[in-house]
Design a protein around this ligand. Structure first.
Ligand SMILES: Cc1cc2nc3c(=O)[nH]c(=O)nc-3n(C[C@H](O)[C@H](O)[C@H](O)COP(=O)(O)OP(=O)(O)OC[C@H]3O[C@@H](n4cnc5c(N)ncnc54)[C@H](O)[C@@H]3O)c2cc1C
Length: 406
C-alpha cells in the first residue's frame, strides 16, 4: 500500500498508511514476528495472524509428558496477538498469489497483504518402518504405556534411533536420558538402552566440547552409543542399520522426519521447504518472507526459528518505514537438555552445518534460560507461565515451569 494524498485547506499532506502485514502460522516463528513488529514498528503496521489452531503450543515439553514430569503447554493465540497490537484470524493458508499480493485460504477466502510472512512449520512423517515415532498425543501415550510395562512383561532392550536427515536430535537424547532415570527410579533391572545415530558424535551439531559432555552423560547412565549408523527398519529383535548389520532391540523409538509445506505459488526446494536468503526473504519473491521449520534451514529448531523471525520482523519493519537496520541470519544454537537430573545448557555458533565455539554447562548460558530461546517470546511466556502455573509441575529437574518456557 503506497502513500495516499489528502487534499486539505491550503495544504496537500501526505499521510503514510499502515502496511498490512499478514503472518501465516501460529507457532514459535509467527509469534516472535508478531512480538518483534510490535516492538520495532508499532504504528507502522497492521498485523494479522492467520492459523487454523486457536492456541500456540509449546512443544519442547512434550518429551516430559510420558514420564509424568510436565506437559505441552498451550497459550491462547488471540490473547498473544491482542497483547501485541495484532489480530488472530482462524484459517489455513492454501496458496499465495504473489503478483496480486494475496493469499487464498483453505476455505476459499482471499486476503490481500502488503507484506507477507510465512511461518507454517513442517509436516512430520514416519522416517522408517517398525519404530515408535515420537510426536503426536497418541504416540506419547504409547511411549507412556511402554514405560509402564518396563521390566514387567514389557520390552527390556530399547533403542533410540536418530533418523537420517534429522539434524535437531536433542529430543531423542532427552527421551533416552529420561528413560534411564525413570528405570533407575523404578528399580528396573536387566534393561539395556542404546542410542543409534548417523551423527559422527552425539549431538555433533553442538560442536566438539558439548558433544563430549553429552557422550559422558550417556555413558554414565549406561546408554550404549552407536554413531555413524543409519536406521533402515525396525524388525522383531533388532534395528536394521546402514551401511550394514543390526542393533538388538525389543522396541525402537525415533523422531519424525520433517517435510516442507510446498505452498502453491511459492518456490520450494526438493523436500518442499521455502528457500530463503540471509534476510529470510523467500527467493525471487517481492514482499514475501519466511521463518522457522517451513524454510530450508538445515536445523529445524525453535530457537533458530525465533532468530529467523527476528530477522523477518526487522526486514518488515524497515519495509514499513521504521528506522531499523536489518541483520543477517547468523544462527546460534541453544539447547536445554533434560536429563532426569540437572539439565544441561548447550550452545554453539553454527557455521557450515557444524557447531563452533561449543559450550556445555549446568548453569544457564542464556537468559531467560528457556527450552526455546527467543528475543521477545522467551520473556513473554516466562511471565505468562509464572502467572498461570499448569496443573503438573516439572518435578524432577526444574520445579519452575517459567524457567523452561522462558
Ligand atoms: C518433541 C519436540 C521437542 C522439541 N524440543 C525443542 C527444544 O528443546 N528447543 C527448541 O528450540 N526446539 C525444540 N523443538 C523444535 C521446535 O518445537 C520447532 O522447531 C519449532 O516449533 C518450529 O517453529 P515454527 O513456528 O517454524 O513451526 P511450528 O511451531 O510447527 O508452528 C507452525 C504453526 O503453523 C500453523 N499452521 C500449519 N499449517 C498452517 C497453514 N496452512 N496456514 C496457517 N497456519 C498453519 C500451525 O497450526 C502452527 O501454529 C522440539 C520439537 C519437538 C516436536
Amino acid at each position: 500500500m503506497g502513500d495516499h494524498v489528502i487534499v486539505g485547506e491550503a495544504n496537500v499532506s501526505r499521510v503514510k498508511q499502515q502496511k498490512r502485514v499478514l503472518i501465516a502460522g501460529g507457532g514459535v516463528a509467527a509469534v516472535e514476528i508478531v512480538m518483534g513488529l510490535n516492538a520495532l514498528a508499532p504504528r507502522l503496521v497492521d498485523v494479522e495472524l492467520v492459523s487454523p489452531d486457536p492456541d500456540f503450543t509449546y512443544r519442547p515439553l512434550a518429551v516430559a509428558e510420558p514420564f509424568g514430569l510436565g506437559e505441552m503447554t498451550r497459550f491462547d493465540l488471540g490473547k498473544i496477538a491482542a497483547d501485541h497490537s495484532a489480530h488472530h484470524r482462524y484459517g489455513a493458508l492454501a496458496s499465495v498469489e504473489p503478483d496480486e499480493h494475496a493469499v487464498v485460504l483453505a476455505d476459499g477466502r482471499r486476503l490481500e497483504y502488503d507484506l507477507l510472512a510465512i511461518a507454517i512449520g513442517a509436516r512430520p512423517v514416519d522416517p522408517f518402518p517398525g519404530a515408535l515415532t515420537f510426536g503426536s498425543a497418541e504416540q506419547r501415550r504409547e511411549l507412556s504405556q511402554l514405560l509402564e510395562e518396563l521390566g514387567r512383561e514389557g520390552a527390556r532392550t530399547l533403542v533410540f534411533a536418530v533418523p537420517p536427515g534429522v539434524v535437531w536430535a536433542l529430543p531423542l537424547y532427552e527421551l533416552a536420558l529420561l528413560t534411564a532415570a525413570f528405570a533407575a527410579r523404578r528399580g528396573v533391572e536387566d534393561m539395556s538402552l542404546a542410542l543409534v545415530t548417523p551423527e559422527d558424535a552425539p549431538l555433533g551439531v553442538f560442536g566438539r566440547q558439548a558433544s563430549e559432555g553429552v557422550r559422558s552423560l550417556l555413558e554414565n547412565r549406561g546408554i550404549e552409543i552407536h554413531t555413524g549408523l543409519y536406521p533402515v527398519e525396525a524388525r522383531p529383535g533388532g534395528l536394521v542399520v546402514s551401511p550394514e548389520g543390526s542393533v538388538p532391540a525389543d522396541r525402537v523409538i525415533t523422531l519424525p522426519r520433517l517435510v516442507g509445506p510446498e505452498i502453491p505459488g511459492l518456490p520450494a526446494d526438493g523436500a518442499g521447504f521455502l528457500p530463503v536468503d540471509r534476510h529470510c526473504r523467500v527467493e525471487r519473491q517481492e514482499d514475501v518472507y519466511a521463518a522457522g521449520d517451513c524454510t530450508n534451514i538445515p536445523v529445524k529448531q525453535g530457537g533458530l526459528a525465533a532468530q529467523q523471525a527476528d530477522v523477518v520482523a526487522h526486514a518488515i519493519a524497515a519495509d514499513a518505514g521504521a528506522d531499523v537496520e536489518v541483520p543477517e541470519y547468523r544462527p546460534v544454537l541453544r539447547g536445554l537438555l533434560l536429563t532426569g537430573g540437572s539439565p544441561r545448557y548447550l550452545r554453539a555458533e553454527i557455521t557450515g552445518g557444524r557447531g563452533e565455539a561449543s559450550e556445555l554447562d549446568v548453569e544457564p548460558l542464556w537468559w531467560p534460560p528457556g527450552k526455546i530461546s527467543g528475543r521477545w517470546l522467551g520473556a513473554y511466556f516466562a511471565t505468562l507461565a509464572a502467572a498461570e502455573p499448569p496443573p503438573h509441575g516439572i518435578a524432577v529437574e526444574i520445579d519452575d515451569l517459567g524457567q523452561l518456557l522462558g
